[in-house]
Design a protein around this ligand. Sequence first.
Ligand code: TEU
Length: 563
Amino acid sequence: MGEPPWWTSAVVYQVYPRSFMDSDGDGVGDLGGIRQRLDHLTDLGVDVVWLSPVYASPQADNGYDISDYQAIDPVFGTLEEFDALLAELHDRGIKLVMDLVVNHTSDQHPWFVESRSSTTDPKRDWYWWRPPRAGMTAGEPGAEPTNWHSFFSGPTWELDEPSGEYFLHLFAREQPDLNWENPEVRQAVHAMMRWWLDRGVDGFRMDVINMISKDVGLPDGPPLPGSPYGDGSASYLCGPRIHEYLQEMHREVFAGRPDRLLTVGEMPGVTVEQARLFTDPARAEVDMVFQFEHVGLDFDGDKWHSRPLRLRDLKASFGRWQAGLADVGWNSLYWDNHDQPRAVSRFGDDRPAHRRDSATCLATLLHLHRGTPYVYQGEELGMANAPFATLADLRDVESLNHHAQAVAAGADPDSVLAAIRPVSRDNARTPVQWDATEHAGFTTGTPWIAVNPDHVEWNAAAQRDDPRSVLAHHRALIALRHASWTVQLGDFTMLLPDHDDVYAFTRALDGETLLVVCNVSGTPYRLDELLPQAVGAELVLGNLADPDPVALAGWDARVLRLR
Ligand code: TEU
């Protein structure tokens, strides 16, 4: 084996620009704000910033609806500011990976405006246009070309009245899907990607990239229980030409460029077996996948029906991914991103007595796996879910559409809100808590979404010089990964697969074995009974002040070196 790729030792930090730092007082985070907070990233020690979309956008889905791929949205700044940010990150040795959202555009993108203008427009075929279902009239309920349910509620088809045809949108109706079957679409995307690489960016995180190839037959999907719609995912998750498209993209965009580039495929629904194919270096598709299995374990049916995670389910899932990509391929490791509720509230315990310990325990568990860890802004501070009191506190198109649709179908509005509260994507999108002042130091204006009131206690300023803070623990985990080949590349072995509360595993390389023990609960356990080999082992890193040699306290997490 040659030198392992640089990203096997790297940690990625995700910036969701709208909520990171506002430099101009309009209440929305921006590029200038990121530039003001670069010391935070250097202090943490991260290697890569993944920047969520800053392109021109009507912001129907906070920038995941792009109207110009080669312009910066004025709400975030200018191309000059972008170039300055890129140079400043590079000066600090940090790479910048852009979000690439090319499964769909905004409905305001000139490509779609043209495509919509007439059935004979040269760009008509750049999107998925279809007549109503045979024998039905456009606009009639059920006349949509397929029965598919959109990720953001309702059908995946929107009627365009003037032409009497429908266009496909897997997400919001403001996000029409591009037709990748058309080679002109692929060439336009490749050219745009080359333009950003020529500008100096270090790669792309590719939004829902496993949805770009669809079964052109567009068959109905199996009916969804209690819904007028069906599940079309078999027709668009890892569709027939997905590997061909990614290999072509690699050839057209990345071949011959420096090794410093990174490609991350965000792939909802991807299996371990498929991920091996996507990330096998010999196939030249993407460097790593960003998969969703573990964040799909704590609900029944859909995300609005959440229930507590069973730790053995998590072990089974993570264990399969570790084993499946042990010899070929690479995975991303994450709890949080801008689409997920906050991990400390979801999988930990955000009550005051356990918040710090559970946040650091979860981080330890994650960062010691094999794969590239992702830290989502605020996670390194132990930021928690927000106390959304009313519907007016929410902003996200997914949450708002779901509420409207459920209430229209007869559900009680308060019960719907109660189901949304713990899982809304807005939990991840409240502003980063920089200090204890008004609006947490995020803005001098009125924030676009309210700051979590707990910022008076939970903020970066309070944690920066505290060696026991969640922030300090993340710093230590990142430093450990940088220093340890065993953490980067060691073999993974799951221990205690059926234990309900304790998550334990080893990582081994070249004669060194690290034992990781995490008590994912507030219940104490006897370490000497569970894992006798842990007793007397050298403590490499722990999250509690004075860990007991034989007893595991609640949320106790340790990295031990076995002799
Ligand atoms: O998300 C892809 C996706 O399928 C999910 O993360 C989805 O948003 C979530 O499960 C709904 O609960 C990506 C982006 O990360 C997300 O912010 C965008 O809204 C979406 O694609 C469309 O671009």
